[in-house]
Write a protein that binds this ligand. Structure first.
Ligand code: FES
Length: 185
């Protein structure tokens, strides 16, 4: 079952320079508040898992430049980051050969319906690949994401750069339904 989230923006926090949007989707509302303080995905209850099952639709136009939308998909947090030009440049400038899990920024993006890749929007499963904590955005040595559980630093493409996490944050299966709407799952 697919659920459109584009009109359900419920909460916007400005945590210093970090803007954070939480979408109160039917699934997320049923699961209770998903917060950055909630460290382990494994602690999600079965009901939350069930409610967040299936595919979800996200309207990218609701995510302003420099903001991150966070929602739930199949019991996992999903981040949609509208990256700034500086964040895109930083992600593209990396020498891929130096990465623990080599991947170009482009390889982490899905083409839209016309086959073009828009580097503005990065869609990821927001789970640290070490032991499953939820990383904090706009943090860490690479101004991407930082996992406070054991100190993993991810860059602005969500690639692991430093710390114990073995791999980049996962890109979920998703596709563009129109210029702005994506379907995850
Ligand atoms: S769970 Fe993220 S560094 Fe260990």
């Amino acid at each position: 079952m697919s659920e459109t989230l584009n009109k359900d923006v419920d909460h916007v926090e400005d945590e210093g320079k970090r803007d954070f949007i939480f979408l109160a989707t039917g699934a997320a509302a049923g699961a209770g508040v998903l917060s950055l303080a909630w460290p382990f995905v494994a602690q999600m209850g079965k009901a939350a898992d069930t409610l967040a099952a299936g595919s979800i639709e996200i309207n990218l136009a609701n995510v302003a430049e420099g903001q991150q939308l966070k929602t739930l998909w199949r019991g996992k947090p999903v981040f949609v980051r509208h990256r700034t030009p500086a964040e895109i440049s930083a992600a593209e400038a990396v020498d891929v050969a130096t990465l623990p899990d080599p991947q170009t920024d482009n390889e982490r993006l899905i083409p839209n319906q016309s086959g073009a890749v828009d580097p503005k929007y990065l869609v990821m499963v927001g789970v640290c690949t070490h032991f499953g904590c939820v990383p904090v955005g706009e943090a860490g040595d690479y101004d991407g994401w930082y996992c406070p559980c054991h100190g993993s630093h991810y860059d602005t493409s969500g690639r692991i750069r430093k710390g114990p996490a073995p791999t980049n944050m996962e890109i979920p299966p998703y596709e563009f339904l129109s210029d702005n709407i994506i379907k995850v799952g």
